[in-house]
Design a protein around this ligand. Structure first.
Ligand code: GTP
Ligand code: MG
Length: 212
């Protein structure tokens, strides 16, 4: 089965995107397949609202495992299933928490096996930082667009199913952040979305279905 991996730094909206994208495709009850970094697995069924409340939030590194929902993709007369996997946020350098380090390693392993990579970035954070500094490029690199993002984008160039999702477009400053990303990655596809409102989901769906 094909795996779409949702990846990026902490707190950019990976989990909220997975939940609301699954809802956009018609799911009301989300059956999660959870894989811990130590190899243990469990299943968890949550309604959309419950999942938002329990799995996403403003604290960094809320997610510390792989959690996957299965999506139905129409293919002619039959439906095909695609896995949408939420991951642990990647951070720069060596994290002090060993469990978090393991969870990040688990994310990187999954990256190597994914057919579709949805790289989420907080466009509002990039844009707002640019505003204050008055220099879009330099400030964005310092704040919202980390070396980890840089490396993911480089890696993604070789993967057909790679897409950058400029998230939080509903927030002030996100437009500038999106423009920065488009300029910086003119060879990649950058899609503006809001994991909160669902804007831009149509384009993401087309992309995921194309590679399903
Ligand atoms: N306004 C707005 N807020 C968002 C959006 N996407 C996510 N958020 C908020 O940003 C915070 C982080 O969202 P999560 O989905 O938990 O982010 P994450 O990338 O999974 O974070 P970690 O699991 O900690 O790595 C939450 O408070 C969300 O409600 C968006 O598109 N717009
Ligand atoms: Mg998360």
């Amino acid at each position: 089965m094909r795996r779409s991996l949702v990846i990026g730094s902490a707190n950019v909206g990976k989990t909220l995107f997975c939940i609301h994208f699954a809802r956009y495709l018609g799911l009301r009850q989300l059956r999660w397949f959870v894989e811990q970094a130590d190899g243990t697995t469990e299943q968890r069924q949550l309604a959309v609202e419950e999942a938002v409340r329990l799995l996403s939030g403003p604290a960094a590194h809320r997610t510390r495992q792989l959690q996957t929902v299965s999506l139905d993709v129409p293919r002619g007369k039959v439906n095909r299933q695609v896995l949408l996997t939420d991951t642990t946020g990647l951070a720069e350098g060596i994290h002090t928490d060993p469990l978090l380090r393991e969870a990040m390693a688990q994310t990187l392993q999954a990256l190597a096996e994914a057919q579709v990579i949805l790289h989420i970035v907080d466009a509002a954070r990039i844009g707002t930082s640019a505003d204050k500094a008055g220099d879009v490029g330099r400030a964005a690199r310092a704040v919202g667009w980390s070396p980890v993002d840089e490396q993911l984008a480089d890696y993604g160039q070789a993967v057909g199913g790679y897409l950058i999702l400029a998230n939080k477009m509903d927030l002030p400053g996100a437009k500038q952040g999106y423009q920065f990303l488009r300029k910086r990655y003119s060879k990649q596809r950058v899609v503006p979305i809001s994991a909160l409102t669902g804007s831009g989901f149509r384009e993401v769906r087309q992309h995921v279905w194309r590679y399903a």
